[in-house]
Design a protein around this ligand. Structure first.
Ligand code: PMP
Length: 461
């Protein structure tokens, strides 16, 4: 066996990685040529790579490390649970203490009568559960024709066949036989890119009313549910106009369909409240959770289901579940993570202190010549890059060309900031301090300046 460690030279690690490791959402051949950046350690909001560079993590890993890296309490919770009961299932009339504790805690935290948790190991799996859950619910209610789930273009709900079908990523649908039947997509509330001459408020209403049109076209008796992220994340951190969610709520109520809020990113403090649904003022019947639930320290996700739906499902055998549903180690770590978020006032601080501070600095980036729009909700924000602010025009180059250049500048300046097309996005750990916010903004500004200069040099602007 090849002996490798974090002390192995970077080039060697990269060569082995290229030879044997298939990366998600990556063109493997391109990465093999370039070499992946090898992350070796992390503490707080800072990553260290195999060259010893310290990088500010503006994305909290993949939107998940809410309490920051290096929390020894979470390692201790995992170790304790591994020694006591490393695994047991919850299929055959058994349960265990971590699953009981976590479920009870989530029922306390979740709004209203969202009191029942069905576990998975990821957001994708949880959304697969939701597809079967809502259809089974309507079957049990004597309305088996209610199968259609309405979602939105450019939504992200996961990467499995079911959740990827719910999502509205056309590049994903193009590969491997998606979407599955009875999923219908309406347009997203992305005013910057698609609002035309409408005001944001008019546009928000217009996009929400597409839900009503879709229900009427499909037939209200055939629609099971509507699923959406309170704030689209992977689609580019699209914060909807204020008119959008109230109108969606009105339509959902009018037709009595199930509202699924995908809280995989928005949950656990990201928008300054425990859940994005609270920030957006909506009342979902089911919430999808993952990521911040354990701050990414363990793979765990789930569906928090209201009493009515859980009651109906509970009357039949729901033939669904995963080996690791409610995994005791993941549950124990999640519970400890929720304690930290609560007792250290992390969520409150984002809402009342660091969130407003970041907002003020981040929104000021809209003055940069390259930035058309700078929007942020709590600790998730995005910058729309444009060659012409007034017309909100896209660049002449293929979408994503400029975003990629900007991202490369961020990387070179030791700041992790992602690009989605030509939008730059941030979603830092919720423990980012004011000093670190200053550093993030400084590095982002420098990267934007360098990107601007590069675009001029290449004649792209
Ligand atoms: N829903 C949303 C809103 C997400 O952002 C993601 C992941 N980015 C998922 C679901 C899928 O979660 P996972 O990658 O854990 O399967």
């Amino acid at each position: 066996m090849t002996l490798i460690s974090t002390n192995t030279p970077t080039a060697e690690l990269q060569a082995l990685d290229a030879a044997h490791h298939m990366h998600p959402f990556t063109t493997g051949a391109d990465l093999a040529r370039k070499g992946a950046r090898v992350i070796t350690r992390a503490e707080g909001c800072w990553l260290t790579d195999s060259e010893g560079e310290r990088i500010l993590d503006g994305m909290a890993g993949l939107w998940c490390v809410n309490v920051g890296y290096g929390r020894k309490e979470l390692a201790a919770a995992a170790a304790r649970q591994m020694e006591e009961l490393p695994y047991y299932n919850t299929f055959f009339q058994t349960t265990h203490v971590p699953a009981i504790q976590l479920s009870a805690r989530l029922a306390e935290l979740a709004p209203g009568d969202l009191n029942n948790v069905f576990y998975a190991s990821s957001g994708s799996e949880a959304n697969d559960t939701n597809i079967r859950l809502v259809r089974t619910y309507w079957e049990e209610k004597g309305q088996p024709e209610r199968k259609v789930i309405i979602s939105r273009w450019n939504a992200y709900h996961g990467s499995s066949v079911g959740s990827g079908s719910l999502g509205g990523m056309k590049g994903m649908h193009a590969q491997g036989g998606m979407p599955i039947p009875d999923i219908h997509h309406i347009d997203q509330p992305n005013w910057w890119a698609e609002g035309g001459d409408m005001t944001p408020e008019e546009f928000g209403l217009e996009r929400a009313r597409q839900l009503e049109q879709a229900i009427e076209e499909i037939g209200p008796e055939k629609v099971a549910a509507f699923i959406a992220e309170p704030v689209q994340g992977a689609g580019g951190v699209i914060i909807p106009p204020e008119t959008y969610w109230p109108e969606i709520q009105r339509i959902v109520d009018k037709y009595g369909i199930i509202l699924i809020a995908d809280e995989v990113i928005c949950g656990f403090g990201r928008t300054g409240n425990w859940f994005g649904s609270e920030t957006m003022g909506i009342k979902p019947h089911i919430m999808t959770i993952a990521k911040g639930l354990s701050s990414g320290y363990q793979p765990i996700g789930g569906s928090i289901v209201n009493d009515e739906i859980a009651g109906v499902i509970g009357k039949t055998e729901f033939n669904h579940g995963y080996t690791y549903s409610g995994h005791p180690v993941a549950a124990a770590v999640a519970l400890e993570n929720l304690r930290i978020l609560d007792e250290e006032g992390v969520v409150t601080r984002v809402r009342e202190e660091t969130g407003p501070y970041l907002k003020q600095k981040f929104e000021a980036l809209a003055d940069h010549p390259l930035v058309g729009e700078a929007k942020i909700s709590g600790f998730m924000g995005s910058l729309a890059l444009t060659p012409d602010k007034a017309s909100r025009a896209p660049f002449a180059a293929d979408a994503g060309t400029v975003g990629y250049i900007c991202r490369e500048r961020c990387f070179a300046n030791n700041l992790v900031m992602r690009h989605v097309g030509d939008r730059m996005i941030i979603s830092p750990p919720l423990v980012l301090s004011k000093d670190e916010i200053d550093t993030l903004i400084d590095r982002a500004t420098r990267s934007l300046d360098e990107c601007h200069a590069e675009l001029k040099k290449q004649g792209l602007m």
